[in-house]
Write a protein that binds this ligand. Sequence first.
Ligand code: NAD
Length: 336
Amino acid sequence: MLSSQAEPVRVCVTGAAGQIGYSLVYMVGSGAVFGPETPVILHLLDIAPMMNVLNGVCMEISDCALPCVRDVIPTDDPAVAFKDIDAAFLVGAMPRKEGMERKDLLAANVKIFKTQGQALDQHAKKSVKVLVVGNPANTNALICAKYAPSIPRENFSAMTRLDQNRAQAQIASRLGVPVSDVKNVIIWGNHSSTQFPDVRHAVANVNGQEVPVYDAIKDDAFLKGEFITTVQKRGAAVIAARKLSSAMSAAKAACDHMKSIWQGTPEGQFVSMGVFSDGSYNTPEGVMYSFPITIKDKSWTIVKDLPIDDFAREKMDATGKELCDERDDALAVCQD
Ligand code: NAD
């Protein structure tokens, strides 16, 4: 039963008038992340020209009559959006426009995440958990954390859960098993086309038996080839089909990610998130690298000592190098 006495969780969604925001606010309001018994106060941030659209979203939230939603605060002011919040989904970002170079997109977004880091630092609870979805997600998360020095940097993470969900679904479909019967798929590195979706350590439940995915699929060429490129290029395939980028699945993944932080990971299972690299697995230190992690009491730990073969090493290094390049470009923009 939803208690009228329970302290509400204050949840900020940025880019709340956008595509992902539209699905995400419903999922959060329905209790899918913080639990059906936890009341939430939704702080919805977007930019001034989107306030009309955002008001429409607020009307719809009201019309959903969601028991968990205690209050909704639409705003274009980060100080209001981040005031005393417990959790943040940073979705709002500058979209790539025609003819825009990758560097220009990075520069525009780095500035947004620098400003939002500073606002989080000033206004959010120090315990706030910040999930960065807006691209380039890993590097935006790094910049956001850098400009919020009073908040522990472990509280920031970047989303690679959509890639994990895509990989898990591909394997489940290939094996003809429910997606919940595939566990411990890993996304290493950057949320970009250099990411390495890795099922070397994954297991699947096939006919009541838990078996390594490599043994269950028995097609190394597929797992080292088509499977990886399908996951890496899935975002582009959705755009080609829908003429819009992934939104429902991105919102679901953001909810899965935050739910893992809030409720922890089940025994024997790990999930992937972009978190500060401590150099584990010889990855570059100090970038937001996606690792397999476990979570307990809202704190994450990188899963250690998984064996890494030469095939994986090369892919993990390539995505690590891209993250270092992005970090260097982003830090140069911040100095401007
Ligand atoms: P969208 O363009 O539909 O919505 C983005 C919203 O952000 C817009 O309403 C825009 O006005 C708002 N916005 C822009 N600047 C802002 C700012 N400074 N403060 C607050 N709001 C701001 O885009 P979308 O499809 O919802 O995607 C949002 C972001 O998520 C994009 O960067 C996209 O690339 C990224 N994304 C990431 C993943 C992932 O797996 N990490 C997956 C899908 C999409």
